[in-house]
Design a protein around this ligand. Structure first.
Ligand code: SF4
Length: 376
């Protein structure tokens, strides 16, 4: 495993090795500036032995440490391709770090500074509930009649069930192509857990509401007002509270305050909001649209606040305003204190906050993740 360190880095490393390492909570009483400086020292000491991946929704103080910044699809691809670093430091939430651990090489160690950061939407789909829905649909339509598609925002056991049943993972950046792939496989798709991403993607493919059913996972019931026989998509009734909070009145207010403003929202927003907006797309899509627009363009953005505020800062020649300031509390669990704690321990060769996935689960989940990476 290649490790490149300057003499100064080696000196920092020796200093780190020489002293007893503090516990996580010891960092919280330290002045923020001192913690930031220590985090940078540890980062430099690690050199190419560690790669730091940061999601777009992370705060600026974390993103500045990132070797790569991206959405979950981009970071999955990087985690799969990244073989030089012994440590992958994933600044995001549980399901992302789990995916990195599934795709990483056997000798690589994935750590997540937040330790635990469970996405509330991912918690809305468990493997047992998935199995219940699957059994119900197979009883209705027969075996091999539905392709499972699971959003990246799910736990490893849910991805494993999907992989074992011929399905693929998707992200907000490729939900449309993966849904089309699933329909081409078996004619119907069960998509979980984000109801709105699946319905918005189906609408974009021209699938009407009559062909979309809803699986009510708490009750174990399929809702299909026009009957189940013509369904092409069964959506799961999960949602992201950050994106569901945007409303059509937010869009209307932005248009009133800034005539000519271009509204772009994330596809986890409701179909009504997506319809009221000018465009909908993944976080990477939103970033590209803003960066590539001519100076003077005005944007109203419907996604997580940290990304919108960073876009405003990095594009001072354009106006970038949030439709509403919605913060993801789970993403915000990563801070400079737990990042410093993790980096100093890695620099001392004592990994903490390690993310692992049980090998049998990882093997089946990898099938679903790899199918996604193979779909163009
Ligand atoms: S933004 Fe929504 S989907 Fe993403 S981690 Fe937060 S709660 Fe989960």
């Amino acid at each position: 495993m290649p490790v490149r360190r300057s003499a100064k880095d080696q000196e920092s490393m020796a200093q780190l090795d020489a002293r007893p390492l503090p516990r996580a909570k010891d960092y919280e009483d330290l002045p923020e500036q001192e913690v930031r400086e220590r985090a940078w020292r540890a980062r430099h000491a690690l050199g190419a032995n560690a790669v730091i991946l940061t999601h777009h929704y992370q705060a600026d103080e974390i993103v500045e440490f990132g070797d790569y910044r991206g959405d979950s699809l981009e970071l999955s691809r990087i985690a799969a391709a990244q073989r030089q670093a012994h440590y992958i430091v994933f600044c995001g939430v549980d399901f992302m770090a789990e995916s990195a651990a599934i795709l990483a090489g056997p000798e690589q160690i994935v750590v997540m500074p937040a330790g635990e950061a469970p996405c509330p939407m991912a918690a809305m789909a468990t493997a047992p509930d998935f199995a219940t829905a699957w059994a119900h649909l197979e009883a209705l339509w027969g075996s091999n009649s539905v392709t499972p598609v699971v959003y990246q925002n799910t736990g490893a056991a849910v991805k494993a069930f999907c992989g074992a049943h011929g399905g693929a993972v998707c992200t907000s950046a490729n939900a449309g192509p993966v849904l089309a792939w699933g329909l081409a496989q078996r004619g119907r798709v069960l998509f979980l857990p984000d109801r709105y991403l699946s319905v918005n993607s189906a609408h974009a493919l021209g699938i009407p509401d009559e062909q979309i059913g809803l699986w009510l996972h708490r009750r174990g019931v399929l809702q299909a007002p026009a009957g189940p026989s013509g369904l092409k998509l069964v959506a799961w009734d999960g949602f992201c509270h950050v994106h569901k909070a945007f409303t059509v009145s937010d869009v209307e207010q932005a248009r009133r305050e800034h005539p000519g403003i271009r509204i772009i929202v994330h596809p986890e927003c409701t179909p009504e909001v997506v319809q009221a907006a000018d465009q909908a797309g993944s976080t990477s899509f939103i970033v590209r649209q803003v960066e590539q627009a001519p100076a003077g363009t005005e944007f109203g953005i419907g996604t997580e606040a940290h990304l919108v505020e960073r876009l405003a800062k990095e594009n001072p020649d354009k106006l970038v305003v949030p439709l509403r300031r919605n913060v993801c509390g789970t993403m915000a669990r990563t801070d400079i204190y737990n990042l410093c704690y993790v980096l100093e321990h890695l620099a001392a060769g004592q990994p903490v906050s390690v993310i692992t996935v049980e090998p049998g689960v990882a093997e089946q989940a990898r099938l679903a993740l790899q199918r996604m990476l193979d779909i163009k």
